[in-house]
Design a protein around this ligand. Structure first.
Ligand code: ACO
Length: 436
């Protein structure tokens, strides 16, 4: 870490001695004040629920400038990666720090491809779930369950184990997500095919059936690959921080990633694409574009508890750059499938137009996030709404692993253990039952 020229001085109005705190500079982005010795020096903690002002780690993977609406993976703008690279190149970049050359790309793709099958016994594990279980419930179980099947890659402190676990997780997530889907609809699982691309293979495992050949549509393949790239990492978001915190105890990588899957499920995070599509369908059912004004009034009325899903972001206070790319993909997919007049797409565009001009949204700097259009694309491809977050988990797995491995390799890494401001009962004595 590079020390900045200045230091921070913390002084107290009660005359207590002031404390000097070091300031560190990153390569870009805000400086940080090092408060690690604060408790030892003052007996006080800092208070920051929701981590609004806290950098929990140093990282060299992903950088977001929320005011500019900029997203960089290892320094490369997401707009360039989405246009010039595929998902496996992006995985290589996130995991190892550099885009692969042609040889490295081939080796990496071959390695991932050779790990796409899952232990046959996983099928029987899956059968324990109800057929109507939410795919995220199934995936949380299946991903955690991998640790019971792959004993040779569970030591998080062994770099070789971490490497094999990383490849296995990236390779097997599409297989697990499609198995969860097929199980829910009662169709046979499709084994992976090695000659197909990562996204093409996933499409076939989702929508192919054994009696017929499945022909991958290149426009849908590219769209899905782009969804994967756009969701691959997003620095210290809730699920990534969960993976880091979980992994900080030394637990195995599969367990740590399962914790990330569980966190991603929530509607304020990865579940937003599902919630967004449900919202659009709800408005459509209740009158469509003509009811947009009425709906927006509800959104602005805090007592209604209604939010415009797919809008707003903790970090972006500008257009989410992924939302622009996703809107482009949405156009391509709908054109390819002859769905140019899709009513939900029209509705989404109308909502976006109104929101971008409305004072409520302008003042709060609320813009569309990646989930605003990703649900429409996925629905057009044929992915059921309750699987959207599973697709997100599939794509984010590489980011989670890259962040987890970065943490384990950091000499300053410690078990994550936040403190608290206690405001409960002070010490008291237990009364016998009859006197309570
Ligand atoms: N609709 C209406 N009002 C909103 C919305 C929204 N989608 N998002 C934020 N606001 C309002 C809040 O009510 C708050 O208003 P106030 O200042 O009058 O109290 C203000 O904007 C600031 O919002 P916060 O909730 O304080 O912002 P925070 O950073 O905590 O939340 C979050 C960010 C959770 C993403 C929020 O914007 C949200 O719930 N959006 C909808 C869900 C969503 O799309 N999530 C996806 C996130 S991206 C991802 O995970 C891939």
């Amino acid at each position: 870490m590079k020390l900045a020229d200045n230091k921070a001085t913390l002084s107290f109005s009660n005359g207590g001695p002031s404390v000097e705190l070091p300031v560190y500079q990153g390569s870009i982005g805000p400086d940080v004040i090092d408060i690690r010795k604060l408790y030892a020096q003052t007996g006080m903690f800092t208070y920051d629920p929701g981590f609004l002002s806290t950098a929990s780690c140093q990282s060299a993977i992903t950088y977001i400038d929320g005011d500019k609406g900029e997203l960089l993976y290892r320094g490369y703008p997401i707009e360039q990666l989405a246009v010039n690279c595929d998902f496996l190149e992006t995985c290589h970049l996130l995991l190892y720090g550099e885009l692969p050359n042609a040889d490295q790309k081939k080796t990496f793709s071959d390695t991932v491809t050779r790990h796409t099958m899952v232990n046959e016994q996983m099928q029987f594990f899956l059968r324990g779930f109800r057929r109507d279980a939410h795919p995220m419930a199934v995936l949380t179980g299946l991903v955690g369950g991998l640790s019971a099947f792959y004993h040779d890659s569970t030591d998080i402190n062994n770099p070789e184990h971490r490497e094999i676990a990383a490849i296995r997780l990236i390779a097997k997530m599409p297989t697990l997500v499609s198995m969860a889907y097929k199980y829910g609809i009662g169709q046979p699982y499709m084994y992976p095919r090695n000659e197909l691309s990562y996204a093409g293979n996933f499409l076939r495992m989702m929508f192919g059936v054994p009696p017929e050949d499945y022909v991958v549509n290149p426009v849908l393949e590219r769209a899905l690959d782009r969804i994967f790239i756009l969701h691959a990492d997003h620095e210290q978001n809730a699920s990534t921080s969960t993976v880091r915190l979980c992994g900080s105890s030394g637990t195995n990588p599969f367990a740590a990633i399962a914790a990330g899957v569980a966190c991603l499920w929530g509607p304020a995070h990865g579940g937003a694409n599902e919630a967004c599509l449900n919202m659009l369908e709800d408005i459509q059912r209740n009158g469509g574009v003509s009811k947009v004004g009425e709906f927006m009034e509800k959104v602005k009325d805090k007592s209604s508890g209604v939010k415009l899903m797919g809008f707003g972001h903790r970090v972006y206070k500008n257009y989410d750059p992924r939302a622009k790319l996703m809107q482009e993909t949405c156009n391509e997919v709908l054109n390819e499938l002859g769905l140019e007049n899709d009513p939900l797409f029209k509705l989404a565009k109308e909502l976006e137009k109104i929101a971008l001009e409305d004072d409520y949204f302008v003042q709060r700097k609320l813009y569309p996030n990646v989930d605003f259009y990703s649900g429409i694309v996925q629905r057009a491809i044929g992915i059921p709404v309750n699987l959207f977050t599973g697709i997100f988990a599939l794509a984010r797995t590489v980011g989670w692993i890259a962040q987890l491995n970065e943490m384990i390799g950091d000499p300053e890494y410690k078990i994550g253990r936040p403190r608290q401001l206690f405001d409960g009962a002070t010490k008291r004595d237990v009364k016998p039952l009859a006197q309570r």
